[in-house]
Design a protein. Sequence first.
Length: 161
Amino acid sequence: MASVGVRGWARALSRGARPSITTLMAGARTASGLSKDMLPGPYPKTPEERAAAAKKYNMRVEDYEPYPDEGMGYGDYPMLRDKSQSERDPWYTWDNTYLRRNWGEPMHWDFDMFIRTRVDTSPSPVDWPTMCKHLFGFIGFMLLLFGLGEAYPMYQPVVSV
């Protein structure tokens, strides 16, 4: 396979040969890197910039809230609520059924944390105090049985030969 990208250019230039069209095409075929439209822009400071950023991310201006400008590099990316893909409707006809996403909808900044095989933010059917009662009740019952087994040992009868 032909060399790809900057490494191919460096090899071609270091050998004294001019980069050929195959080297150029190999870099184009890999489509490496994000396009400028995919990267977050600067933090919006005016209402017009906020409206433009909301339109860029296909959101209403009322729903658009960027991450705070704390120097982390989020830019104008929208701050979406933490909602896992398991919470989304499984019967809806999604454009991408595995990720339960539609084309053009903004993704959470940490979307890889909220996929269906990882963190599940859906509410639990049992509340926390009930779960603790069941756990400690089971552990206490097992400790009681262990104590009874130690206090009253039981052995299989054996016939001497």
